[in-house]
Design a protein around this ligand. Sequence first.
Ligand SMILES: CC(C)(COP(=O)(O)OP(=O)(O)OC[C@H]1O[C@@H](n2cnc3c(N)ncnc32)[C@H](O)[C@@H]1OP(=O)(O)O)[C@@H](O)C(=O)NCCC(=O)NCCS
Length: 114
Amino acid sequence: MVGIDIEKINRFEHWTDEGYERIFTKNEINYVKSFENYLERFCGFFCVKEAFVKAIDDDSLIYKEIEVLHSETGKPYIKRNEYIDSILKEKHKSRIEISISHCKDYAVAIVVID
Ligand SMILES: CC(C)(COP(=O)(O)OP(=O)(O)OC[C@H]1O[C@@H](n2cnc3c(N)ncnc32)[C@H](O)[C@@H]1OP(=O)(O)O)[C@@H](O)C(=O)NCCC(=O)NCCS
């Protein structure tokens, strides 16, 4: 199963802290805010959440439950939790792979579930 999403960075320009906190976890916000070009990174994480919904074909998902973390090398991954595991189990899937890219104007993410 595969999902992809692309978003304009400027979509996030006028979001309030409350807006970010509704969609992103504390870990995600701390990671993103450690970079100067942090809007690109919020946008990339948002794309992961949308791409995950497309891949899993379930629009009842809570975005904050889909948390993007990074390995020591910087490779992004979705943190496993009970909620994610229950959805994967229902779909008879077990593995999630993601990739993110961003530039000044756009961010894109792809999610593969198998
Ligand atoms: C990882 C790398 C390919 C990112 O490419 P980029 O064009 O700078 O940036 P992009 O916007 O396309 O990608 C950034 C995203 O890559 C992802 N990423 C970072 N390290 C990664 C890794 N080791 N594996 C997979 N994805 C990685 C992250 O998700 C990052 O976004 P995020 O921090 O917001 O989550 C690049 O920075 C890198 O480290 N290359 C190492 C190889 C290299 O430098 N070679 C030089 C040859 S001259």
